[in-house]
Design a protein around this ligand. Sequence first.
Ligand code: NAP
Length: 290
Amino acid sequence: MDGKALAARMRERLAEQVRELERRGVTPGLSVVLVGDDPASAVYVSNKAKACQEVGMRGETIRMRANTTEAELIAVVDRLNASGNVHGILVQMPLPRQLRPDVVLRRIDPAKDVDGFHPVNVGKMLIGEPDAFVPCTPSGVMALLREYKVQTAGAQCVIVGRSNIVGKPMMALLVQPGVDATVTVCHSRTRNMADHTRHADVVIAAAGRAGLITGDMIKPGAVVVDVGINRVDDPSSQKGYRLAGDVDFEAAREVASLITPVPGGVGPMTIAMLLENTLQAARRSIEQSA
Ligand code: NAP
């Protein structure tokens, strides 16, 4: 499953929709707040800002020093909440230790919470309300499954990982009426994980452990979605490492009917869904002010 290609098609559509909103006098705007100087976070944030600009949205990055206080960060979030030009707000995780992520995330106006982490949006997603902002990675996985016409109704789906960012929202989306999967969620305390994955029609790996899912854990013909992004040592590469998913790709592709690569699978879809959420937020702000 080619997430890179699907994300590129989505960006083309989004660019057209952004132009349409501009004709109505609104440029969708995303503000990303980066606290500290974690190098991985800096890369994610600059990718997000670049993606915004590519589709004609306003992408702003607010950089704050590592010793920022909670009051300072909250003051920035409040300012963004109040700004008419900002439709989406994203505070990049992880935050430095002195900042409580739950306090900060709850401060973001749910109508601008394009990451979908505010409890209001989490609740709306769980009960299937259409106006929920859904976290971008699980929503990107759903878009891939739809694009490749993966039969989810009645399918056994096994998710490996139960984080609030990936595993749990993935579970909520897959069990919704209309998607209709039967879902098992595995985690680090799961016994005999292979007994679960071997029965799965769809395996979604989101554990952050390179090579956790081996070829013999996949049922022949199953669909495999690899969310994991792991750095593995690779002396032959210039950087000394390469990116790998949680799935042993070469072995799993021999048995799976469809599989996502890493990179080029779920990663690009995550950013596309963030743009999509920002566009939705901008649209709703127009509707509300009409
Ligand atoms: P996380 O918060 O660290 O959660 C990992 C989950 O995997 C936890 O629930 C953990 O179980 C479970 N787990 C860890 N080791 C396991 C094992 N050996 N067997 C079974 N379960 C195991 O990570 P996350 O934020 O969900 O991210 C997961 C992966 O996806 C990471 O590699 C991350 O980089 C990647 N990711 C990719 C994208 C993208 O755009 N493609 C977006 C977000 C994340 P416990 O709960 O029991 O500890």
